[in-house]
Design a protein around this ligand. Sequence first.
Ligand code: NAP
Length: 244
Amino acid sequence: MAEKKFQNMVAIVTGGAKGIGSSIVKKLANNGYDVILNYNSSYEQAKQISMTNSNIHIFKADVSKYEEVCNLVNFTINKFGKVDLLVNNAGIDLIKTINDTTLDDFDNILKTNLYSAFYTSKEVSKYMIQKKYGHIINMSSIWGLIGASCEMPYSVSKAGLDAMTKSLAKELGPSNIRVNSIAPGIIDTDMNKDLTSDEKKSIISEIPLEKIGTPDDIAECVLFLVKSNYITGQIIQINGGWNV
Ligand code: NAP
């Protein structure tokens, strides 16, 4: 029987239908949270996940668009009257040299990975401030910390998220709102589906724990963070020791 520690707690998880997001949604719901699973294109996956637990409620929004984020937050407030936890997980990647990267590519990555977190945090924090309670977790990346060759917009978006984490931790801390980043290394999801087995072997050879991480490794960290009371403004690295 799952531990039910978080009854009457409400979470929004963006990009919750696949990969890391879906593990976070299930972990939170199994621990008692009511979870708004935000999806954009993965309706079937979202529907299926919602059928596994009555605490999971699905809502379509393209989080790169401010109006759609407002709809997502309004849906949550109308249903539950509050948001205790926001997980900004939605993200896209692009592997291109700077010369091949178009202005639209750059805009698209920044809008999806970084502006989205501004939009959600702006809308959700006003309700958290009212309640004097809340927690925001931003899904960053190892590349935000050390930069990835041929993934400049992605790395910039994640470094921006980490700066947002630190700024908002300072600004919102006095309102009892914690803000943290999780920075995964390589995790086994669709984001890495185009890597060849030789490319994977080469990455694994650089990782002290000699393996790729799982979405559950990240979801466990989300659970650890929500159980804590005194961790804020941190970039938690989960990467098997890749950049040690
Ligand atoms: P994934 O399986 O490709 O999932 C990406 C998720 O983002 C999907 O649920 C997708 O939703 C959502 N998304 C993309 N654009 C969106 C938009 N405009 N509006 C709403 N949702 C949108 O990849 P993942 O590995 O689980 O990635 C999750 C997060 O972890 C990302 O922020 C990624 O940068 C980060 N991360 C991943 C790794 C890794 O190795 N996998 C490493 C470091 C960081 P729909 O499918 O519904 O469109």
